[in-house]
Structure formats: structure tokens, C-alpha cells
Ligand binder design. Structure first.
Ligand code: PHE
Ligand code: ZN
Length: 876
């Protein structure tokens, strides 16, 4: 047995590399049974370093030869292990050439060089490059890459890599080659190669300094009509980054390639982004509005990495949030500018509160900048991405837009071409603002979701209103005690007429940011004639759980009157939570419960209010998700929560039938356009239909069928399909599913939808149905999208069936994880997330979940990925 501690990498052990790579020349010869990789590096010893041993990373490589300055190395000069190649007595400056043979066709992990349908492609972040050749596979080794690719010309007419094409030509035997050079130094995780027979859609973008950049999207020929939207989103992203951050694109060409088999959403390789097909391909009859918005956000995200990630990269993987948190913040602001700022914020906060808060309360909880890891792939998390983005957003709030921009300019300037740390980022913000950010940095090092309790006191005589704040943070793995955070709380005080009080403690502003820095703190506001209603944490100004004891009346008031759109939604959520929690407790005691008439009335007036933003109305009509109710509960009773939610939906559908149908009818048309306004109309009619499905009477059935048949876009078609599935009318659902299948079976992206709409529906898909979907000819266990759309969706969204008390679904999930671990450990590990949340449930379910974790733990040859997750989950 290996010592467990030996498998852990610690931030505190960081040391700079003892060798530098001045340049690298890679040559790939691609064949149908494998690939030969020749790696010629100019290697130079670091002046400060004593050691002359060069330890290169490498996994599953077949070493063919090693030579230094042209002379073959004797095998006693180097040592090959499972994890690398080390060479002793290295000269201080030499040309090191390593030839390896790899087998992309057998690579099911989708890391390194692999085949996706007919094309060769790569994925190197975080540590995939070591599966291509021996190298210093760490982000702080930056160098200039030249890449030569050679392959059969008829099978692989397109040969792509990073940077600019500098040479290409024909070779004997029907083969050809291309040579690419990337003039910008980069770490190897940003390396990419693609060889395939692809359709290329071209466009151009003229940068702010007047340079023309060629834009090219490469897709399989069958997808040639699905490139327009991504190209358009790319151009908008390029323009936005110039306008908002002053960042211009730097190469003459920017390429995107769509691949079907991909572990994540997309990858920002320099000049050659590689995308999961589902995150880039789109056309109106096959793509839902939700997908359009996702594609826009991801295209932007990957493009923005060209500065936040590529020009300035990470020193080590503990700094991952330096690029990801910042880039998520950037893409969120972009989406807010392209669509609706409030709706975007609502969506992001909902994700944070359900999924990130759950992660932060579970066994894998870690700081935005983790201190250690066993497998870095496990740290591409909601905490690093979404909470990391919230931390950057707080800096933006604390500094203001202008100083924040000064800080980002300084950061990009100072660290251009370098590998930086989150400390460097904060230092730039501190320098431009003169604000001491040392306490603020606890957001990077302390895990867990802080709580803020707020109470108020009104003194009518003195006309003062006092707010008392108290912050705390629950213990998390390896962090028993937390120091106070800097928590920016934007607030306002609402009068009875909905107007806002001038805040004496904040220079008379009507909405101000209070910085909570102590464990407890109070503010006294003077000149307040009547007791106001506080609007707190406006815009969700910090990623915390804020608690103030609002009455139902106050929440109704805020929901109707708060000038902060986010807080109007949040008041509606709090209101719904009060209602749902009351129903949950009644259900637990076997009683019969109802929504209050005040609540139903408030929802009624929202549906009927035609002056509200339609996308916002959709958000206000949606009850908090079951996942959120589970996250909030101490010991979640899944059955009671789902029952209560279903009851509430049914009552809304019944009581508001007339208004919902009227709203549905008012919001027809807008069949094709992709503007925010048109999407909002489609969104609202489908929200109404979804709610009506909870009381599936004849009127619903006829509306739903009619919508399915007449749909002119995928949002309406799949909206009708999922409403029918949710309605519980199995025969009708089967019928629509079959028709949908016949219409779209050739389209992989639509088939993912077809799988997921049924897998998520608790009234339709039990475990047996899930198992039958896995036998379906269009299912593919090794394709991450298909696997997620059935198994992932089932375990994360179909809660009633996944949590069946016989434990059958838990065992099923463990079976899939065990089977997948030998093939694709990254995905296996991610699929295990629902099992790790065992502490949330009652003792019977806890035992069942734990026993499946124990089963997985006992598997032979368990991957590092899964080992880390199960070991951490079973502690305590
Ligand atoms: N860096 C990618 C992003 O933009 C995510 C990713 C990580 C993709 C690891 C593949 C592998 O967020
Ligand atoms: Zn990213």
C-alpha cells in the first residue's frame, strides 16, 4: 500500500521548475493504429538550481528514443516510470529529443490525443499533455510551440494547431503535412491539435486597432448549417472585450472546432478552441433558447480566456480560479449586457445557492484557492468557477467599475506572458485602489458558506433605525474555525410608499454598500421617521446565506416594490420557501396543506401584470427547486419535499388556470427570432404550459398537443414534450416521444434533449426506464454527453426515483461509476457527486448511500479521481 499522504499535492510545497524550455518543436505522424510523436526541446537549466536531473512527466507513453544534441542516450542515463522519465546529468543548455508512440484510438479517457468520431483531437488541461509526450507538464513552464502534423490527406484534409500556419504540403503515399507556429509563449495545457475531414465556416473581425482577424469554425460536414450563431457570438465577445476591458485579440486567426466526445464544455487552447458539440452547434429548429444562451456564454468564456488564462496564465493548479473565477465573472457580465442583467443574476445565484452551497457544505468542500489535492481534475468545481466569480464580483463592488478596470489593466500589463497567482490579482486591485485587501483574501483561503444574521431596531422617538449584523461560517473539512470575512452588503431602506430613505451613515445615498468586517457590527441610520423595510444584500452582493426575519407582509411588499430587481425575485423566493416549508411539515405529519391565499394572490397579479419583463415573470412563476429545498434543510425528507412541491404546483395550476391560460394565449408568436425579447415570450408561454401540466385537464392537453404539432422552433417543441411528460399522461407522453424521436433521430444534439427530458421526469422515468434507455441504440456509454443526459440527469434531477428507499438507484449509479472508472475516470468521479451528499438525508438513506461509496472504495485499480472523492466522502 502506498502512503496516502504521498498522493497529495500541497500548495505550500510549490517550487519553481529547475529547467526551462526555451522552445519546443513537436512533430506528429498520425496513423490508423497510433501516432508517433517527436518532441524536440531546447532545454536550459535554471541558474538558481543546483540539480542537473530533469524529471519529465509522462503517462502511458511508449518510449522509442531519447537523444541530447543529436546523440542517442544510453538507457543508463535515464529512468522510465509509470509517471515519467527522468534524465540525469543534463547539460545546462541542450537540444533534447524524445520520440514516443501513443494510441489515440484506444484513448477513452478523452485526455491527451484521442479520436472523436473520425477526427483526431486533443484535450490537455489540466494534465493531459503528459499523455502525448514527456514534458514538464505544469502551467508555469511557458514556451513557444511549433507543431508539425502529418496524416493521410483524404481522411484528414484539415490539420490544425495553435498559432499561425507557416507551411504545408504534399507527401508520398497520399499523405500531407502542415506546420503551425504559435508566437506567444504558453504552458502545454493550452496546446491543441486537430486532424479531420471538416466543414469550415469563415468570417472576419476587425480589431480596435484595425487588424483583420480570420475566424474559422470547423465542424463535421453534417453540421455545416449549425455554425452561424457561434460565429456571431464570437464577434460580439471580441467587441465586448475591447470595449469593456480594452483587450484586443492578438493572433491573425481564431479557430473553433466542435467535437462530439468531450469531458467538459469547451477548452480555451490558444487560437484553437475545442468545444463540446453541444456548446457550439446551433440552428433554430433544433436548438432551444436555453442552449442558445449557454452557447453564447461559453463561446464568450473561452474567448475571454485569451487574456484571462492564456496571455496571463496560472502559476500552479491551486491558482485555477485566477483564470476561471475571473473569466466566469467576465462572461456573466457579457451575458448580462447582451440579455437581461437581472435575469442573468437570478440564474447565476440560483445555481450558486443550490449547487455551490451544497458543495461547500459537503465532504469535497474546498476554498476558492485549494491548499491541496489528490487529483486536480476533481477541482474544476462550482467553488472554483462560480464562487470564484463571486469573489471577483465582490472586488468589483468594493472598488467600483472604474478602479476595477484600472486594476485589471495593471494585472494584464504586469503579468503579460507570465504565470501568476490569485495574490498577484488581488495585489493589482489593492495597488490601484489603495484599499487594504488583506482581510478580503480570506475568501480565497477559507471554505464554507458564511452566514449573516441581521436584526433591526427602530426608535420612533429618536427616529433612528439600527441594523445589527453577525457573521459566522460553519466548520468544513480541515477548517474548524474561520476568521471573519469582508462581506459587502448592499442595502436600502424602503418607506411605506416604496420610496427609499436617504442613508445618513452613507453620505445620504439611497442604496449603499456596507462592509461587514467584524464578527458583529451595527449601523445606526438617522432621520428615519417611520419603520422601514430593509432591502438587504441587493443584487446578491456577497455569496452568503443572509437571514433576516421578514414577515410575509414585508416580503410581499418587497416583491412588489423593491427597486432592486434581484431582490424582488429574492423576496418572491423567500415567500415561496415560507409556504413550501409549511407544506413540507404538514405533509410529514400526514396532513393536508395549501398555499396561502396571499401567496396565490401575489402570483396571480404577477401573471396578469403585462408591464413586467416577461423573462422575469417566468422566473417569478417558478417555485424554488427541490434541490434548493434539500440544500436548505437540516435533514432533508426528499419524499415530503417533492410531495409538497407537487402539491403547490398543482394548486397554482388549479387556482390560476384562467390567468395562466390567458397569459399563455397572450404570449404567442415570436416563433423564430433570437432576440432577448422574443426568447422571453417563448420562455413565458412555456413556463405557463409547464405549470398548467400540474393540473392536466382537457384544456391543458389540447394546448400542449397543439403546441407540439405546430411548433416552429425547438423551445416550443421540447417545451410541449416535457410538459406532456410531466403531466403524467403516459400514453400521450409516449406518443410525443416517439414522434419526436422519428423526427430528430439523426441529430445528436436533439437526441441528448430527448434522453434528458425523459430521464429527469419523476412521473415518467423510474429506474427500469433509465435502464432501458441505456439499451437504446442511440445511447453511448462512452460519450459523456449521452451518459450525462441519462445517468447524470437521473441522479441529479429525478429525485423521487433516484432516492427510492430500496436503494436500487443508488446501487445502479455505483454500478455505472465502477464500470466507467477504468475507461473515463474524470466522468466517473463527477458522476459520484450525488452519493457524496449522504449527510443531507435521513439515517436509512445515509446508510444506503454510504454502503455504495464503500463498494466503490473497494474496487480494484480505483482511479485517483474517484479515490479522492470516495475517501473524502467516507471520512467521519
Ligand atoms: N478550461 C476550460 C474552461 O474554459 C474547462 C476545461 C477544463 C476543459 C479541463 C477541459 C478540461 O473552463
Ligand atoms: Zn474557463
Amino acid at each position: 500500500m502506498k502512503d496516502a499522504a504521498a498522493n497529495i499535492t500541497y500548495l505550500k510545497d510549490y517550487q519553481k521548475p529547475n529547467f526551462l524550455v526555451e522552445s519546443i518543436s513537436l512533430s506528429f505522424k498520425l496513423f490508423e493504429d497510433g501516432a508517433e510523436v517527436t518532441n524536440l526541446m531546447h532545454v536550459v537549466k535554471d541558474l538558481d538550481s543546483e540539480s542537473t536531473e530533469l524529471a519529465l512527466d509522462g503517462e502511458e507513453l511508449e518510449l522509442r528514443s531519447v537523444s541530447i544534441d543529436g546523440a542517442l542516450l544510453n538507457s543508463d542515463r535515464y529512468l522510465v516510470t509509470e509517471s515519467g522519465l527522468s534524465i540525469s546529468d543534463m547539460p545546462a543548455d541542450c537540444q533534447l529529443e524524445i520520440v514516443t508512440w501513443i494510441k489515440p484510438q484506444e484513448n477513452k479517457r478523452l485526455e491527451g490525443l484521442y479520436k472523436s468520431s473520425t477526427m483526431f483531437c486533443t484535450q490537455c488541461e489540466a494534465e493531459g499533455f503528459r499523455r502525448i509526450t514527456y514534458y514538464l507538464d505544469r502551467p508555469d513552464v511557458l514556451t513557444i510551440f511549433t507543431t508539425r502534423i502529418e496524416a493521410d490527406k483524404s481522411l484528414y484534409p484539415n490539420l490544425l494547431s495553435n498559432g499561425n500556419l507557416i507551411e504545408s504540403g504534399e507527401l508520398d503515399g497520399g499523405r500531407h503535412f502542415a506546420v503551425w507556429n504559435d508566437p506567444f509563449p504558453k504552458p502545454c495545457y493550452l496546446f491543441a491539435l486537430v486532424a479531420g475531414n471538416l466543414h469550415c465556416q469563415k468570417d472576419t473581425f476587425t480589431t480596435m486597432s484595425g487588424r483583420e482577424v480570420r475566424l474559422e469554425i470547423f465542424v463535421e460536414h453534417k453540421n455545416s448549417t449549425k455554425c452561424d450563431y457561434a460565429l456571431d457570438a464570437l464577434k460580439r465577445s471580441m467587441k465586448w472585450d475591447e470595449e469593456v476591458y480594452g483587450r484586443e485579440y492578438d493572433l491573425d486567426i481564431f479557430m473553433i472546432v466542435a467535437v462530439d466526445d468531450f469531458n467538459m464544455g469547451a477548452m480555451e487552447n490558444k487560437g484553437l478552441n475545442i468545444f463540446n458539440s453541444s456548446c457550439v452547434l446551433a440552428k433554430p429548429d433544433t436548438t432551444t433558447d436555453a442552449s442558445y444562451q449557454r452557447i453564447e456564454a461559453i463561446v464568450a468564456h473561452e474567448y475571454f480566456h485569451n487574456w484571462s488564462g492564456n496571455r496571463v496564465t496560472c502559476r500552479d493548479w491551486f491558482q485555477l480560479s485566477l483564470k476561471e473565477g475571473f473569466t466566469v465573472f467576465r462572461d456573466a457580465e457579457f451575458s448580462a449586457d447582451m440579455n437581461s442583467r437581472v435575469v442573468k443574476r437570478v440564474e447565476d445565484v440560483a445555481l450558486l445557492r443550490t449547487a455551490q452551497f451544497a458543495e461547500d457544505a459537503g465532504p469535497m468542500s474546498h476554498p476558492v484557492r485549494p491548499a491541496s489535492y489528490m487529483e486536480i481534475s476533481n477541482f474544476y468545481t462550482l467553488t472554483v468557477y462560480e464562487k470564484g466569480a463571486e469573489v471577483v464580483r465582490m472586488l468589483h463592488t468594493l472598488l467600483g467599475a472604474e478602479l476595477f478596470r484600472k486594476g485589471s489593466d495593471l494585472y494584464f500589463d504586469r503579468h503579460d506572458g507570465q504565470a501568476a497567482t490569485t495574490d498577484d490579482f488581488v495585489a493589482a486591485m489593492q495597488e490601484v485602489s489603495g484599499k487594504d485587501l488583506s482581510q478580503f483574501k480570506r475568501w480565497y483561503t477559507q471554505s464554507g458558506t458564511p452566514r449573516v444574521n441581521v436584526s433591526s431596531e427602530f426608535d420612533a422617538q429618536a427616529q433612528t433605525y439600527t441594523l445589527h449584523f453577525e457573521q459566522s461560517c460553519p466548520p468544513t473539512p480541515q477548517q474548524e474555525v474561520k476568521e471573519p470575512f469582508v462581506i459587502p452588503i448592499e442595502l436600502a431602506l424602503l418607506n411605506g410608499d416604496g420610496g427609499e430613505q436617504a442613508l445618513s451613515a452613507f453620505g445620504g445615498q439611497k442604496s449603499a454598500v456596507f462592509e461587514l468586517t467584524e464578527k458583529t457590527q451595527s449601523i445606526v441610520l438617522e432621520g428615519i421617521p417611520e419603520e422601514p423595510i430593509p432591502s438587504l444584500l441587493r443584487g446578491f452582493s456577497a455569496p452568503v446565506k443572509l437571514n433576516y426575519n421578514y414577515t410575509q407582509h414585508q416580503l410581499l411588499f418587497l416583491m412588489a416594490n423593491d427597486s432592486d430587481g434581484f431582490n424582488r425575485w429574492d423576496a418572491a423566493q423567500s415567500l415561496a420557501l415560507l409556504e413550501l416549508n409549511a407544506i413540507v411539515s404538514t405533509v410529514k405529519n400526514g396532513g393536508n396543506a395549501q398555499l396561502s391565499s396571499a401567496y396565490v394572490g401575489a402570483i396571480r397579479s404577477i401573471i396578469s401584470n403585462e408591464s413586467l419583463d416577461k423573462a422575469m415573470v417566468s422566473k417569478l412563476l417558478q417555485l424554488p427547486s427541490a434541490a434548493y429545498l434539500i440544500e436548505l434543510a437540516e435533514e432533508a425528507d426528499v419524499d415530503a419535499i417533492c410531495t409538497a412541491r407537487n402539491l403547490a404546483r398543482k394548486q397554482l395550476a388549479f387556482d390560476l388556470q384562467k390567468e395562466l391560460v390567458a397569459c399563455y394565449q397572450r404570449n404567442q408568436g415570436c416563433e423564430k427570432g433570437l432576440s432577448y425579447a422574443e426568447m422571453s415570450v417563448r420562455g413565458l408561454r412555456n413556463t405557463c404550459l409547464a405549470l398548467l401540466s400540474a393540473n392536466a385537464n382537457d384544456e391543458f392537453m389540447s394546448l400542449c398537443r397543439k403546441q407540439f404539432v405546430n411548433a416552429q422552433n425547438m423551445t416550443d417543441q421540447v417545451g410541449a414534450l416535457s410538459a406532456m411528460i410531466a403531466s403524467g399522461n403516459k400514453q400521450d407522453a409516449d406518443d410525443l416521444l416517439a414522434r419526436f424521436y422519428d423526427q430528430w433521430k439523426e441529430d445528436a444534439q436533439v437526441m441528448e434533449l430527448w434522453f434528458s427530458v425523459q430521464s429527469s421526469a419523476s412521473s415518467y422515468a423510474d429506474l427500469t426506464h433509465i435502464q432501458s434507455l441505456m439499451e437504446h441504440p442511440d445511447f453511448d456509454f462512452l460519450n459523456p454527453n449521452k451518459l450525462r443526459s441519462v445517468v447524470g440527469v437521473f441522479a441529479n434531477q429525478n429525485l423521487e426515483n433516484f432516492h427510492k428507499l430500496d436503494g436500487s438507484a443508488y446501487a445502479f449509479l455505483a454500478d455505472q461509476i465502477i464500470k466507467l472508472d477504468d475507461l473515463n475516470p474524470q466522468i466517473a468521479s463527477r458522476l459520484a457527486t450525488p452519493l457524496t451528499r449522504w449527510k443531507k438525508y435521513n439515517p436509512a438513506r445515509q446508510a444506503l448511500l454510504r454502503s455504495q461509496l464503500t463498494r466503490i472504495q473497494g474496487k480494484s485499480n480505483l482511479s485517483k479521481d474517484l479515490r479522492e472523492v470516495v475517501d473524502k466522502s467516507l471520512v467521519s
